[in-house]
Design a protein around this ligand. Structure first.
Ligand SMILES: NCc1[nH]cc(CCC(=O)O)c1CC(=O)O
Length: 315
């Protein structure tokens, strides 16, 4: 079964559009005769950039994917055939009727400390104000630097970078390396951020010390479950190592009933044919408590079981 045309749905942010251009290029090269169209869909997360995540009418809804719901509606309505997502924004318990048909080879997984000054996590000034809207990043920073004040920030990636500039500038913000790289803001040495006429410092944080979010740096393509023709076409883009890693990371979140707004870090890597995962689970009610840290490994083919092993090791 093969298809002649695919409509890709995407959010309209610069990052989403860049990622969709990457998917389009990969898809076109896998299927030279396939006609590929793009449709931009605004999500509730895009419409309400004025709100903090904690102010959404139903806080649980944030975990259920404020950045993907409208894309799933468009998929179900057959307005689009596939939705391009930052996997990190896709809930670990995907809504019924949908499937992740492929994940592209993963980019950088790390978080970056962005600042107008060459700070490290150790040399950030006492009581520094650091911007993030991720409870995972907030928890990890508070764990390493209890004196730091977390400031909740929202907006697209360039908007957040600019929070370290001008009047009332934050001392630093925390962002994903993948997004900064894809937008061309972070240089190839991963040390400088260029935005408008400004040059800022970027410090890539060691994922062993500052654990990434499940799925960070991965681009996923979601289809209607059962749309075998579209799934088969898109499956050609799938990267097996990335899939094994994100399966373990997302399964761990799913077992915990956690979402993108839960303070959990998960780091996976493949060494000598085995899939390794380390996790850090913070106490949601009291972020200042030390996290539970666990590490385990299994053959790459047993990714979901690795997540179960780790979940079983929690107190
Ligand atoms: N929640 C926003 C979001 N979703 C994906 C990325 C970056 C790209 C990625 O992690 O794949 C970002 C921005 C950020 O966290 O800095």
């Amino acid at each position: 079964m093969s298809i002649s045309k695919i409509i890709l749905g995407t959010r309209g942010s610069e990052l989403a559009l860049t990622q969709t251009t990457m998917v389009t290029a990969a898809l076109q090269s896998a299927h030279p005769h396939l006609q590929i169209e793009r449709q931009i869909i605004q999500t509730s997360g895009d419409k309400r950039q004025d709100l903090r995540f904690s102010e959404f009418s139903d806080v649980a809804q944030v975990d259920k994917g404020i950045f993907i719901k409208e894309l799933e509606i468009a998929l179900a309505d057959k307005q689009i055939d596939a939705a391009v997502h930052s996997l990190k924004d896709v809930p670990s318990d995907l809504a019924a009727g949908f499937t992740i048909a492929a994940v592209l080879p993963r980019a950088a997984i790390e978080d970056v400390l962005v600042s107008a000054h060459p700070y490290t996590l150790e040399t950030l000034p006492q009581g520094a104000r650091v911007g993030t809207s991720s409870v995972r990043r907030a928890a990890q920073l508070k764990f390493l630097r209890p004196d730091v004040e977390i400031v909740e920030i929202r907006g697209n990636v360039p908007t957040r970078v600019k929070k370290v500039l001008g009047e009332n500038a934050l001392d630093a913000v925390l962002l994903a390396a993948a997004g900064l790289l894809r937008l061309g803001l972070l240089n190839a040495n991963l040390s400088r951020i260029h935005i408008d006429t400004h040059t800022l410092y970027g410090l890539v944080l060691d994922p062993v010390k500052f654990l990434p979010a499940a799925g960070q740096g991965a681009i996923a393509i979601e289809c209607r479950a059962g749309d075998e023709a579209a799934i088969a076409a898109i499956r050609a883009l799938n990267d097996a190592e990335t899939e094994a890693r994100i399966t373990a990371e997302r399964e761990f979140l799913k077992i915990l009933g956690a979402g993108c707004q839960t303070p959990v870090g998960a780091h996976t890597w493949i060494a000598e044919g085995e899939l390794h995962m380390s996790v850090r689970v913070f106490n949601e009610a009291d972020l200042s408590l030390p996290p539970v840290e666990r590490e385990a490994k299994r053959p790459v083919a047993e990714a979901a079981q690795l997540a179960k092993d780790l979940a079983g090791m929690l107190p």
